[in-house]
Ligand binder design. Structure first.
Ligand SMILES: *Cc1c(COP(=O)(O)O)cnc(C)c1O
Length: 317
């Protein structure tokens, strides 16, 4: 691909993407909630003033590509073929305006575990990721560009990721890098609610559905850092983990807020039953040891229309 210096995406940021995975289930490639990813790409497109990409064409192309790339799908646990659909402006001119032409493409690559170790989080109160009315719900390139400096600073201070706070009061927990967050407090599973500034993760949505199926009390609501620290000092903060396609479940071992360091329970099945169950279920689903009751998987032979009807995701309702 050649690119012109006048390419509009480079200057004005009309560039969006998706990320999903293919694994082999009983030897056959399967995609996880591909229909929901097709739909979310179009939600991002709308926010960035880009055209919709037909969802049936997205799925047809995706299935053809994964079928061709099937030998690149690793068989090991926690490994997958990562799939990156993207769309960006291709007009070449000087003015700030929506491009009239775009390129949509999908490329893939085999990946191992994203965060092989538990992560240490820094509660970020200077920089913010997204504000009300902004583009926080869109999976657009600019959101990541703006997150790199705070992430680098956190890394230099010994943390793996920043935990974003809301942009107004710096009081409510948002999310982390490429993941949504879950907390287990007093036996209840709590995740910050998506009010326009948090990316509506498909993993997050799947976890909420599964946890409800399994009988957990699940709360999708505003969650303040004060509530988390209070729970910690009471001994009621049982688990914290990130949820996203890249890592599926990523255990959090430490949260630092100002000069206070919260050290979370050891990362093992006994201390982290909720995260462990979710992770085990997801791996099992991908490998074929678990039933696909929610119709989340699509094989390369399924008709795209079938999947769009079956996967009525709440994430992109
Ligand atoms: C992609 C992404 C997530 C996770 O979404 P999934 O659909 O679960 O992969 C979370 N936060 C941000 C900022 C993201 O870009």
């Amino acid at each position: 691909m050649e690119i012109s210096p006048a390419n509009l995406a480079l200057h004005y940021g009309q560039s969006i993407f998706e990320g999903l995975k293919a694994t082999k289930r009983n030897g056959e490639p399967v995609l996880f909630r591909a229909g929901a990813h097709a739909r979310r790409l179009n939600l991002s497109a709308e926010r960035m003033c880009m055209p919709n990409f037909p969802e049936d064409l997205f799925l047809t192309g995706l299935k053809m590509l994964v079928d061709l790339d099937r030998d690149w799908i690793p068989a090991e646990d926690d490994h997958a073929l990562y799939i990156r659909p993207m769309m960006f402006a291709t007009d070449e001119l000087f003015g700030v305006q929506p491009s009239k032409t775009y390129r949509f493409l999908i490329f893939t690559g085999p990946v191992g575990p994203y965060y092989p170790k538990p992560v240490k989080l820094w509660v970020e109160e200077v920089f913010t990721r997204a504000s009300q009315g902004g583009a926080g719900e869109a999976k657009c390139a600019g959101n990541y560009g703006a997150s790199l400096l705070p992430a680098l600073r956190a890394k230099q201070n010994g943390y793996d990721q920043v935990m974003w706070m809301d942009a107004v009061e710096k009081k409510y927990v948002q999310e982390v890098g490429t993941m949504n967050l879950f907390f287990v407090i007093d036996g209840k599973v709590i995740t910050p609610t998506t009010t326009g500034t948090i990316l509506r993760g498909i993993t997050r949505d799947s976890f909420l559905l599964l946890l409800k199926d399994w009988g957990y009390t699940v709360e999708d609501r505003l969650l303040s850092i004060a509530e988390i620290t209070d729970a910690y000092w009471r001994g009621a903060l049982q688990e914290c983990f990130g949820a996203g396609t890249a890592a599926v479940v990523s255990h959090v071992s430490e949260i630092t807020w100002r000069d206070r360091k919260l050290e979370l329970p050891p990362v093992d099945a006994e201390h982290r039953p909720v995260a462990t169950r979710l992770k085990t279920f997801f791996n099992g689903l991908r490998m074929g040891h678990e039933e696909d009751e929610h119709h989340w998987l699509m094989s390369c032979n399924d008709s795209g229309v079938w999947e769009l009807v079956k996967d009525q995701s709440t994430v992109v309702a």
